[in-house]
Design a protein around this ligand. Structure first.
Ligand SMILES: [Fe+2]
Length: 324
């Protein structure tokens, strides 16, 4: 039997599949679901975390499957338009296109400048669209009122986190939105820290306040309804390191939620770039990349490497024409 492959980004996880579905494991096709069964969101999450990008159907079932996909996608668009209004139609179609593009990038072995350009403009589009998200705008206006520096840091972390996720092949709209929201909220808890302590690392209470800020952020966020649990997890874990040396819980490896390291890395990158504004651009970006490279042994999962370094080199250095 021959098989046709389908990017998982095209398949809505919570739907009854119209044909038998196969996985390709060690070059063998293994039946995974019978026609009429559900993929379920949990399975879908597992696929994404394991880097499985494609499901397969028998070639003879492909036309039926494709028709079903088109139908589903039309239904999804209509459902979205009913919720968000006609003006959201084109934006939603773009989101679907974006998912497919990111999956394509991910399934390619090599990144190149053209793809990085495209990825970066996708990040911009994505961020632009997030501005109309009400949770996002509420959070931001509150933060800007309290602390401009935390607000601008959070926005910058959000952009980097989305770029990093996309370069790692994380394309699902829901996941990207969650990562972005988590980035915006991650240091909320710092707003509780009195200014004189926040600005003075030598202060006797500084370390305590720092160790508590992820918990404090979560406490505040939990008060607003409708924040997805994944967002809460990422905020809670944005200073946890792969080898267990982070805080507040010292979580290790797989016990850290799979997208938390993305936020952790984006946060450190942004901090580095922000505090090294005295350096030339090329030195600053190189330093930031070295920081990520050095953290590979301890801070971030091995699955980030070498892809993340490649994406940062191309995005920070080559794309800006900074290499000598
Ligand atoms: Fe933080």
């Amino acid at each position: 039997m021959t098989y046709s492959k389908i990017p998982i980004s095209q398949i809505n996880p919570d739907a009854m599949v119209p044909a038998d579905i196969y996985l390709k494991l060690n070059d063998k096709f293994v039946k995974f679901k019978n026609a009429g069964e559900n993929l379920t969101v949990e399975k879908y999450d597992t696929f994404m975390s394991k880097g499985i990008q494609f499901l397969y159907v028998a070639e003879k079932d492909f036309p039926k499957f494709e028709a079903w996909l088109n139908d589903k996608s039309a239904q999804e668009i209509e459902a979205f338009v009913t919720r968000a209004g006609e003006e959201g139609r084109e934006a939603f179609k773009d989101v679907k296109k974006l998912e497919e593009f990111v999956y394509e990038v991910f399934s390619d072995q090599e990144l190149n400048l053209e793809k990085i350009d495209q990825l970066q403009s996708n990040v911009q589009d994505f961020v632009e669209k997030m501005r109309s998200n009400s949770q996002y705008s509420q959070a931001l206006s509150m933060m800007v009122g309290r602390s401009n520096s935390i607000a601008s840091h959070s926005i910058a972390v959000g952009n980097l986190a989305v770029y990093i996720s996309m370069s790692l092949g994380n394309a699902h709209q829901f996941a990207l939105e969650n990562i972005y929201l988590a980035a915006i909220f991650h240091d909320y808890g710092k707003m509780k820290i009195p200014e004189e302590i926040l600005k003075n690392p030598d202060h006797i209470d500084y370390t305590d306040h720092m160790l508590n800020h992820p918990d404090n952020s979560v406490q505040i966020i939990r008060k607003s309804k409708g924040i997805p649990e994944q967002v809460i997890k990422m905020i809670q874990e944005h200073h946890e390191y792969w080898d267990g040396s982070g805080y507040p819980k010292g979580l290790k490896g797989e016990s850290i939620y799979k997208n938390s390291p993305i936020l952790c890395l984006a946060n450190e990158l942004e901090e580095y770039l922000h505090t090294h504004k005295n350096l030339s651009d090329v030195e600053r970006f190189q330093g930031a990349i070295e920081l990520v490279q050095d953290g590979g042994a301890t801070k971030w999962p091995p699955s980030f490497y070498p892809r993340i370094i490649e994406a940062l080199n191309l995005g920070f250095i080559s794309q800006r024409g900074l290499e000598d």
